[in-house]
Design a protein around this ligand. Structure first.
Ligand SMILES: Cc1cc2nc3c(=O)[nH]c(=O)nc-3n(C[C@H](O)[C@H](O)[C@H](O)COP(=O)(O)O)c2cc1C
Length: 383
């Protein structure tokens, strides 16, 4: 196995190196983000277009995620919508009332806008954590708005942003999410991590790729762990390619991180956090729900989305989630082809009833290499 990276979870074995501390029998210690205790230290990642209130409710129903995050929210957009339309952005759906702990992620380039939005999230919405995105590699965010991973080139500005937001949000903790750098030849995560800590952030999450990588190759966990000795106070959360309980166990055993964050693998398997929690405690890992239960869950998810966005828009929004639920199952390809065209609730229900992978389609065979999640969101689908 290539020791410089964590391969896809399927390849990973739970073997520990001798020169790093082994995972305690009781599992990794809870993570502290300022006053917020994250237990287990396994976080549900922010994902634009996906981790809305409906998805978060479903993850919460299964349990196992120590901290959940919203999609990223554009600070200037937030202020504009509030000022001119007297409402909040759709991405804050559920945030005011849902259980804590909850992190809301924001992005922008302007410290004043970020501080203004951070302050409202902290004091009006009373969220548990305000996270700032410094990792998004999407052009609309980097080139056009000089935000997300673009700011990794300007650690001083990152520091100025974090300081302003920390002051505005006090006592609510502020965290940062970064990539290893903008590109392979400009990896500066260690320098950036020190700036993040010195500016008063309460935790740092690192996705082990550069912005130029998007999702190519494997997340480099050696490089994530190399940051740890340079942090004096704040916890380090590793992220990238954790797709199974075994992969998470292995990450904690092999790499010196205080927590881990899981993104894509949970999209069609929102019960994954519960499985990870069991594995970390040394308990038997609960099996995946049966396919008919997964179909019911998909329909429940559909109802939650329709309650908020209406049946027509809900049906279209659900196409991408439906693809995630089917991903990797036998019969998924046919299901995806069919569900990609639904535009009404009746069509959605019909396609799910008829084509969602079932025990019998599994027995028939004929599927399926895992793929990237399908997405309908224009901005920051791959931060
Ligand atoms: C569809 C999609 C949307 C994402 N949106 C965000 C986002 O809004 N904010 C963010 O910090 N990262 C975002 N990410 C990146 C993930 O949080 C995570 O860093 C990345 O997917 C690597 O983790 P994984 O290998 O567990 O998927 C997104 C990723 C995907 C696939």
């Amino acid at each position: 196995m290539n020791s410089s990276s964590v391969p896809s979870a399927e390849d990973r074995t739970i073997s520990a190196r001798q020169d790093v501390p082994r995972l305690p029998a009781a599992g990794p210690a809870p993570l502290r983000i300022g006053p917020v205790v994250v237990d287990p230290p396994v976080l549900q990642a922010p994902m634009a277009g996906f981790t809305n209130y409906a998805f978060r409710q479903i993850v919460r129903q299964y349990g196992g995620a120590g901290l959940q995050a919203t999609e990223m929210v554009h600070a200037r957009g937030f202020l504009h919508i509030c000022r001119h339309h007297d409402r909040f952005p759709d991405r804050l759906w559920g945030v005011a009332d849902e259980p804590r702990p909850l992190a809301v992620q924001i992005w922008d380039n302007n410290p004043d806008d970020l501080a203004a939005v951070g302050a409202r999230l902290a004091h009006e919405f009373r969220v548990s954590v305000v996270d700032i995105n410094f990792g998004c590699p999407v052009r609309q965010v980097t080139e056009k708005a000089h935000s997300g991973s673009y700011l990794l080139k300007y650690p001083e500005r990152m520091g100025a942003i974090i300081r302003r937001v920390v002051t505005a949000c006090d006592p609510v903790p502020v965290t940062a999410k970064i990539r290893l750098g903008c590109s392979r030849d400009s990896m500066n995560a260690i320098e950036v991590a020190q700036v993040v800590e010195a500016a008063g952030a309460a935790a740092l999450t690192v996705h082990g790729r550069t912005a130029a990588d998007y999702f190519k190759g494997s997340a480099d966990w050696e490089k994530i762990a190399a940051i740890k000795p340079h942090l004096r106070r704040i916890p380090l959360i590793g992220n990238g390619d954790l797709a199974s309980p075994a992969a998470v166990l292995s990450a904690f055993e092999r790499y010196d991180v205080d927590g881990v964050m899981v993104a894509r693998a949970a999209l069609g398997r929102p019960w994954l956090f519960r499985q990870i929690e069991a594995a970390l405690r040394g308990e038997p890992v609960p099996p995946d729900p049966a396919l008919d239960q997964q179909r019911e869950l998909l329909m429940h998810h559909f109802q939650l989305v329709c309650q908020r966005f209406g049946e027509q828009r809900g049906s279209i929004l659900m196409r991408k989630y439906a693809c995630c639920y089917a991903q990797g199952r036998r019969g998924a390809r046919e299901f995806r082809t069919q569900v990609a065209h639904v535009s009404s609730p009746a069509e959605f229900c019909q396609v799910v009833q008829r084509y969602f992978p079932s025990e019998s389609s599994s027995r028939r065979g004929g599927e399926e290499t895992p793929a990237e999640p399908q997405s309908g969101s224009k901005v920051a689908e791959s931060s």
